[in-house]
Design a protein around this ligand. Structure first.
Ligand SMILES: [Zn+2]
Length: 249
């Protein structure tokens, strides 16, 4: 089955889909500072790549899959003090996803999978609450593989595991693979590694990138990024999405 972009179909084409057996994937990103070398929509680029890779794998198993336009706005409090970051409240994000899920349920779709690599705590809480509210309201199942939890994060490289994973090697590699013209490459090559762990900082109660030891809104080692690694990571993210969905259906 080919993967289709829902927004590019006509209503009659959607009418004719076997929706009871059609999975829906929503890429969820953010407009947020990602170091001096990556664009604000980095998480949208990565979530979209994850969605496409996961959808391709599911389609390869004979599943019918449609991808929604990416959701680009969410809670991004850690980056809020940096120019250009647009942070909205987690409650808004939860409500929007539940409303989308309700509409997809009304149309008879099978399941909604969220492709997400934005790890701001309020954002992750918002997605988790959307999953729970969808269940309470008996909507279609909402699947959300949380990369900060086992087993997923362990499959995304040492930097990701260390928690120094914002605009570093992990994310820079994926943007290099997916949209290389967006990377300010001479700046990227000049950045020294920042091993401060965001996940440890969050556990210690820090609330911003600056407090967490990232005054330029990057953690990890951007200079070590490569497009080849980015391609591998996109496949790994796609497999995570595929496995999370397959466990549910
Ligand atoms: Zn990011």
């Amino acid at each position: 089955m080919p993967v289709q972009e829902l927004a590019q179909l006509t209503w009659e084409e959607v009418r004719d889909l076997d929706r009871e057996h059609t999975l829906v994937v929503l890429p969820v990103g953010a407009i947020e500072a990602h170091g001096p070398h990556l664009p604000l929509d980095t998480d949208v680029v990565i979530a979209t790549a994850m969605a496409r890779a996961g959808a391709r794998k599911l389609a390869g198993r004979g599943r019918s899959v449609v991808i929604l336009p990416a959701l680009a706005f969410t809670a991004a409090n850690f980056g809020a003090a940096f120019h250009g970051t647009l942070s909205i409240s987690g409650i808004t994000v939860t409500a929007l996803i539940v409303d989308l899920a309700r509409s997809l349920s009304d149309h008879g779709f099978q399941l909604l999978a969220l492709a997400n690599v934005h790890l701001d705590p309020e954002h992750l809480t918002a997605l988790t609450e959307a999953v729970q509210l969808g269940r309470v309201d008996r909507l279609l199942p909402i699947i959300f593989p949380d990369l900060t939890r086992k087993p997923w994060g362990t499959r995304l490289g040492d930097e990701f595991r260390s928690g120094a994973c914002h605009a570093g090697q992990f994310e820079s590699s994926i943007v290099l693979a997916e949209r290389p013209a967006s990377v300010r490459d001479s700046i990227r090559g000049s950045l020294s590694p920042n091993p401060s762990s965001l996940s440890q900082a969050i556990k210690a109660g820090k609330r911003t990138f600056a407090e967490a030891g990232g005054p330029r809104a990057y953690f990890g080692d951007p200079a070590a990024a490569t497009a080849d690694e980015g391609s591998r990571l996109i496949e790994a993210l796609g497999s995570i999405l595929e496995e999370a969905v397959s466990a549910e259906i």
